[in-house]
Design a protein around this ligand. Structure first.
Ligand code: SF4
Ligand code: SF4
Length: 101
């Protein structure tokens, strides 16, 4: 299978790996990945005791209102496949894949 590759200015080839999934069982909602993503791909959400999912702002003082906070992929098409989010994640939540050409 051929995949999308980028030719760097010095002629080398680089294969971007695009975000596929964040394992919400492992995610602790720390926000590190959100901070390093420059493409507005990610969205922190709170899950309340009824299972309702509510979009949150990072750093908001609302810990009591949610059972759990997790990161989600909100704008997958914005991803440029840099994998910065996966590199910084302390819980290895991310799955990335190259895109078929
Ligand atoms: S791979 Fe890069 S662009 Fe894509 S979600 Fe992660 S940090 Fe953002
Ligand atoms: S860095 Fe990892 S653990 Fe922290 S919010 Fe992002 S996905 Fe969740």
């Amino acid at each position: 299978m051929s995949v999308v590759t980028i030719t760097l200015p010095d002629g080398r080839s680089w294969t971007p790996k695009f975000v596929q999934n964040i394992d919400q069982d492992k995610c602790i909602g720390c926000g590190r990945c959100f901070r390093v993503c420059g493409r507005e791909v990610l969205q922190l959400v709170g899950i309340d005791e009824d299972g309702a999912v509510i979009a949150l702002e990072l750093g908001a003082d609302d810990d009591d209102e949610y059972e759990k906070k997790v990161m989600t992929v909100a704008n997958e098409k914005n991803c440029v496949g840099c994998e910065a989010c996966a590199k910084i994640c302390p819980k290895k939540c991310y799955t990335h894949e190259a895109m078929a050409a």
